[in-house]
Design a protein around this ligand. Structure first.
Ligand code: TYD
Length: 139
């Protein structure tokens, strides 16, 4: 399975009143949206995530404020600032993610390709690295 992290641009409908972004299933989003959740009121110094998924695609959109997202495919670790409600970060495949540096007003919205399932989580980094190795041998 190929693991990828890519930006997706969301069309902004702006007029004299302000801005609006609309997201529809199967329109510019490369997966069926089965869940939406958002993270907000995050306390200073908090770091969230610290996991990967066996089989889940997610699109992260910072709809207010800003935060830092660190992604890791088992060999490269990259940090990005999310601060634009018109840009989403698409995480597909075996990607370890950590979120921190949340501004007090940050609302991080996440669209997901499946309902919540704790058994889909990989919460141990060593196990994640092992799975990346096994995956590379099979591709
Ligand atoms: P958690 O996985 O710890 O969040 P994060 O990875 O962002 O640090 O989730 C916090 C709690 O919310 C935990 O009790 C599980 C629950 N939860 C759901 O019920 N549904 C969901 O879609 C998510 C992401 C979490």
């Amino acid at each position: 399975m190929k693991s990828t992290v890519t930006w997706i641009e969301l069309a902004k409908h702006g007029d004299a009143r302000g801005s609006l972004v609309a997201i529809e299933n199967q329109r510019g989003i490369p997966f069926d949206i089965h869940r939406v959740y958002f993270i907000f009121d995050t306390l200073p110094g908090v770091s969230r995530g610290h996991h990967a998924h066996h089989d889940l695609t997610q699109l992260m959109i910072c709809t207010a404020g800003h935060c830092k997202v660190t992604v890791d495919d088992g060999s490269t670790r990259t940090s990005m600032t999310l601060d634009d409600p018109c840009r989403g970060l698409l995480l597909d495949g075996l990607i370890w993610r950590e979120m921190d540096d949340f501004s007090p007003d940050c609302v991080l919205m996440v669209l997901a390709s499946a309902p919540y399932d704790e058994t889909d989580y990989i919460r141990d980094y060593a196990e994640f690295q092992q799975l990346v190795k096994v995956d590379a041998q099979h591709s």
